[in-house]
Write a protein that binds this ligand. Sequence first.
Ligand SMILES: *Cc1c(COP(=O)(O)O)cnc(C)c1O
Length: 297
Amino acid sequence: MNPDDLPQAPLQPLNLPWLHQARIQVAILRLDLIDPLISGNKWFKLRHHLQHARQSGASGLISLGGNHSNHLHALAAAGKRFGFATAGLLRGHAQDTPTVRDLQAMGMELHWLGYGGYRERHAPGFWTLWQARYPGWHCIPEGGGGLAGAEGCALIVDQARAQLATLGWPDYHAWWLAAGTGTTLAGLVLAESGRHAVHGALAVPASHGVAQTVEALAGSSGYQLHEACRGGFARLDDDLQAFIADSERHSGVPFEALYTGKALLALREQVEAGLFAAGTRLIFVHTGGLQGRRGYL
Ligand SMILES: *Cc1c(COP(=O)(O)O)cnc(C)c1O
């Protein structure tokens, strides 16, 4: 297996009572099932970075994230799988989480930057130091963002389209997915170029600049952003937890609380508010992230 290969994510009907009641059909694209380790949207976001790294002969990959980061987890796994050394720059002070233990076990070299040091990540010259320390390594922006990340995510659209017939769907009306940086959403918008609307559920507060990121990557039309963060990223309240437990029981699909659970709850709010007409067919992207559940369960 090499970074050019893309495992196929299954597209499945998502059965939930509130969708049934509103006569909205939803198919869920299970990116969480593409690989046991390089899970969810992260494989797509990393794909072009891995290809660039291979073409430039880089011996290693370096990126940033928090101590439950799905991105660093996928990066460490991809490095191990495809023969790159990896280094992770982490927010805050050294902590022992299930994710951090996996990163170490997969051979990623960890550097804890503190909070102030992590805030410097956008400063000019930030990468110079790390490039001097790891000469020739490929540097990947936080969360695997940027155009390289978005272009990889454009492939998600083909994966769903190729399976519409298996559901008996002639077409679909729109996409629904969680947005963290907005890179994945931007990839879908680029691939659709206006053919189908893309709805992003914001897992982070508006101050994180998702709207600006998406606009810079994909322009200002073809998508809609919905508030879904419930007071902060990684904020976990009882209603959200109960909703996730309920949804899992009804659908048989596992969700986590940082992205996919919030995105599904925001969808229910919008369906109940009448955003979609009866008969609408939506594709919900399951962006993965299930490894992170160990950190808060
Ligand atoms: C990283 C992540 C996202 C956010 O993706 P962006 O491209 O940053 O918007 C969404 N869902 C899950 C499960 C993730 O791990």
